[in-house]
Design a protein around this ligand. Structure first.
Ligand code: HEC
Ligand code: HEC
Ligand code: HEC
Ligand code: HEC
Length: 127
């Protein structure tokens, strides 16, 4: 009996894992914060496709960018196959800002520049 329960549990966990990690950008409503060791805030609101449509952002590389070895932005290439966290670590690395800064500069930076979109903590991290 116990063995069956264990297998059932493993299957359930497995299904949970895959359904979470397989969500696509169309269904994305928050930026997953699980890559942070002990998140201090709830995940930021971000309805990927609806956001980009409302903000009229056509170029994926505005967020999913690619830099060459000299830190020069590569035009006409984008990195949406990679998570931000694959290049941005928990600590700064030379010119590469840490993950929290990377998100804040990208998100808040544009909102400030355009005078549209939230810049206050609670507007993105709801509590
Ligand atoms: C425009 C949206 C936006 C605003 C405004 C914003 N954040 Fe964030 N923040 C994010 C995103 C996106 C992440 C990446 C992970 C996530 O979804 O929480 C993040 C990550 C973080 C993290 C690291 C993960 C964690 O929870 O420990 C902290 C801490 C944080 N934000 C605090 C703040 C504070 C404090 C403010 C206000 C001064 C703020 N944020 C304002 C979007 C925002
Ligand atoms: C393939 C690796 C890679 C991925 C993926 C990546 N970045 Fe970067 N990012 C870099 C590098 C390298 C730099 C530093 C460039 C330099 O030398 O100035 C950088 C710099 C930045 C900067 C500071 C310069 C700027 O453009 O304003 C921000 C903000 C940033 N990244 C946000 C993000 C966000 C948000 C994501 C995910 C949507 C992301 N990055 C995904 C490699 C990456
Ligand atoms: C305003 C910023 C922004 C723009 C513009 C943007 N994305 Fe994203 N996208 C994100 C963020 C943030 C994530 C979550 C990244 C992470 O968790 O590391 C993401 C994740 C993704 C993912 C992974 C989804 C998953 O299941 O994890 C795909 C695929 C993707 N984006 C494709 C695109 C494509 C294609 C475009 C252009 C048509 C685009 N994105 C434009 C910010 C953006
Ligand atoms: C290149 C510019 C740009 C970038 C980058 C950007 N935004 Fe925005 N965002 C906007 C604009 C413009 C609006 C207002 C759109 C409108 O008129 O509804 C907006 C609106 C929003 C809103 C409010 C809309 C709603 O659903 O209630 C949220 C939340 C938001 N952005 C989160 C984020 C997060 C999180 C990131 C980073 C992962 C991000 N944004 C990156 C331009 C940007």
């Amino acid at each position: 009996m116990k063995g069956i329960a264990c297998v059932a549990m493993a299957v359930l966990l497995g299904v949970g894992f895959f359904s979470v990690s397989a969500f696509s950008q169309e269904e994305m409503v928050v930026v997953d914060n699980r890559v942070f060791d002990a998140p201090q805030r709830p995940s930021s609101r971000f309805e990927h496709d609806a956001h980009n449509e409302a903000a009229e952002i056509e170029d994926c590389a505005v967020c999913h960018h690619v830099y060459d070895d000299d830190g020069v932005l590569v035009e006409d290439e984008s990195s949406e196959d990679s998570s931000c966290s694959e290049c941005h670590g928990i600590a700064d690395e030379g010119r590469i800002p840490n993950l929290r800064k990377a998100y804040h500069r990208n998100c808040k930076g544009c909102h400030r520049e355009q005078g549209a979109g939230p810049v206050l903590c609670g507007e993105c991290h709801p509590w």
